[in-house]
Design a protein around this ligand. Structure first.
Ligand code: NAD
Length: 554
């Protein structure tokens, strides 16, 4: 077990005893600690939670100062966190967030990886990813449902609603990418998952996200064909460099139906170039970051070229939000953007309804609390069959990492109902302790990211970053427990601005009021953002559900 700065492994407190002056502060403390629980974080010894170098706190001194401050923070005070370091405590009021977080933000012209790394080395910033630095990462499950939804949409678009009898090829079995095998098998399909780090493969097998490990590509293909022919779901991990293996599979004429990728391509120092042994990767990247970046980009160009080759051969191919097309393009590969990103291809219609990755964690630590909230969701939305299928499968198959948690995509007019129900359940004692309700930054109205969430917007507003800032401000104004604004996230420095919120259901009437506002206004941002961009579905939703948009009035 990795030591965490000379102490034992970090684990969030469980139960109802407070270590702070109130549940809002307690939730922030527990969720920060939970992010760094070795069961949750990819590299807890380095404060890295997921997504390449996404960290929960800048350094161990900052971590200690944050936890110390949260333990005495009053109910009318707000802690300010600047890129993982606590920099001030201000007197505010009880409706204000207890923590405000800004991570990795840089002024436009300075928003490049080399400049970011220079500042990081000076100890002035850290990479916050999306939910790492905003303390609402819940392990691989967090991405599982979104990935499940995406593969369902692929199945609906190309394969008659199921992936049974198809083979998907992908790479990257890290914190997020590790959801892919289970998401494909939940949709009935077969998947070959390449990763250069044997630990990533073993970890996913241990967590039951991945079924088997093949010794080499030959064995992987043999197992895949057998399962496909029997229309049996199967996920197969294989250790290889994707920049070599994907072109090799293409050259062999492998029968692949769907291709995507979730290596850490957004950060060229976290993508293994051809010719570098995995064991030497960290040293080589540290020794010569610029040279390594160039080599990684060239390898990504080979990788993307092969993905385009599979598309030319008839496969369904999409970028899964890791910037691999952008990096391949930087290396000079002209056809890098020949295949689409997953958001315009499958997810945008959901965003128009304010749908996105709603999630919650049981601060009690008791899995029975999540089982009760699962039942509440089924009870609240009986007409939603795919939601019911997800909640049932998640209850059976998802291995909790750290504090028990659940994710499901809910939209405008749904999240507030779920949140209020949870708050009532805390108040009545049906849940044994409060619940932290948050979401990914990858949401309908909280992100500007031209290679991902806002790729190919109808009105060309892909790079307009006012929306996430308005989103953060409206969540502060509505009573969220903590709010964050980040730059970089899943697509890398210079490529996105996004915001997050977490609101704690502690069973009080005040929390109920806050929840009603936050969980209405937060997804409401998704509806108005897409109305503004001219999406018909968003206009219908605004009309049906009374979302006020001044430009539609009068
Ligand atoms: P991670 O760092 O935890 O894991 C990345 C994995 O890729 C590691 O296991 C690593 O060994 C492997 N890898 C690196 N180079 C490789 C190569 N050349 N060949 C084979 N394997 C290689 O990252 P993560 O949290 O899993 O995220 C993966 C990517 O997906 C990131 O770029 C992230 O920003 C992006 N992402 C996308 C979404 C989405 O919504 N689609 C959400 C979150 C993250």
């Amino acid at each position: 077990m990795a030591e965490q700065n000379g102490r034992g492994p970090i684990r969030a407190p469980r139960g109802t005893e407070l270590n702070t002056r109130g549940w809002q502060q307690e939730a922030a403390l527990r969720m920060l600690m939970n992010n760094l629980d070795p069961e949750v974080a990819e590299h807890p010894d380095k404060l890295v939670v997921y997504g390449g170098t996404g960290k929960a706190a800048r350094d161990w001194r900052s971590y200690d100062a944050i936890t110390r401050t949260l333990s005495t923070l009053k109910g009318d005070e707000t802690l300010l966190v600047q890129s993982g370091r606590p920099v001030g405590v201000m007197t505010t009021h009880e409706w204000a967030p207890r923590v405000l977080i800004a991570n990795s933000n840089l002024v436009g012209d300075w928003a490049t990886w080399p400049e970011f790394r220079r500042l990081e080395q000076l100890g002035l910033t850290m990479y916050g990813q999306m939910t790492a630095g905003s303390w609402i990462y819940i392990g691989t499950q967090g991405i599982l449902q979104g990935t499940y939804e995406t593969f369902s949409a692929v199945a609906a678009k190309r394969f008659g609603g199921s992936l049974a009898g198809t083979i998907t090829l992908t790479a990257g079995l890290g914190g997020m990418g590790g959801a892919q095998p289970l998401a494909v098998t939940m949709n009935g399909g077969v998947v070959i998952c390449i990763d250069c780090d044997p630990r990533s493969i073993d970890r996913r097998i241990e967590h039951r996200y991945l079924d088997v490990k093949a010794d080499n590509l030959d064995e992987a293909l043999r197992l895949a064909y057998e399962a496909r022919d029997a229309r049996r779901p199967l996920s197969i991990g294989v250790e290889a460099n994707a920049a070599q293996a994907v072109p090799e599979l293409l050259a062999r004429g492998a029968e692949i139906d769907v291709v995507t990728d979730q290596t850490s391509a957004h950060d060229p120092l976290a993508y293994l170039p051809i010719g570098v042994a995995f064991e030497d990767m960290a040293d080589e990247a540290a020794k010569d970051p610029e040279g390594f970046t160039q080599r990684a980009r060239e390898s990504m160009a080979r990788h993307v070229e092969a993905m385009v080759g599979f598309q030319d051969a008839g496969a369904e191919v999409f970028d899964y939000g890791n910037s691999i097309r952008g990096e391949a393009k930087l290396a000079g590969y002209a056809r890098a953007f020949d295949f689409p990103g997953f958001v315009p291809a499958y997810i945008r219609p959901l965003f128009c309804e304010g749908k996105g990755p709603f999630r919650w964690a049981a601060l009690s630590g008791d899995p029975a609390d999540i089982a009760r909230t699962d039942r509440a969701i089924l009870d609240l939305f009986p007409e939603n069959e795919s939601l019911a299928r997800w909640i049932k499968m998640a209850g059976e198959r998802v291995h909790f990492q750290g504090l028990p948690a659940r994710i499901c995509w809910l939209g405008y007019g749904e999240r507030d109902r779920a949140g209020e129900r949870f708050n009532d359940m805390v108040a009545s004692g049906e849940l044994s302790a409060p619940v932290a309700i948050g979401r990914d930054h990858l949401d309908c109205g909280s992100v500007a990211s031209p290679y991902r969430e806002t790729e190919a917007m109808l009105d060309g507003s892909d790079a307009i970053a006012d929306w996430p800032l308005l989103n953060a401000m409206v969540n502060v104004a509505s009573g969220a427990s903590w709010v964050s604004i980040h730059h970089g996230g899943g697509v890398g420095i210079g490529r996105s601005i996004h915001a997050g919120q977490v609101t704690v259901a502690d069973g009080t009437a005040l929390a109920g009021e806050k929840i009603r506002r936050v969980l209405t206004n937060d997804p409401g941002m998704g509806v108005i953002r897409h109305v503004d961009a001219g999406y018909d579905r968003a206009n219908e939703v605004a009309e049906e559900r009374d979302v006020r948009v001044p430009m539609r009035e009068g």
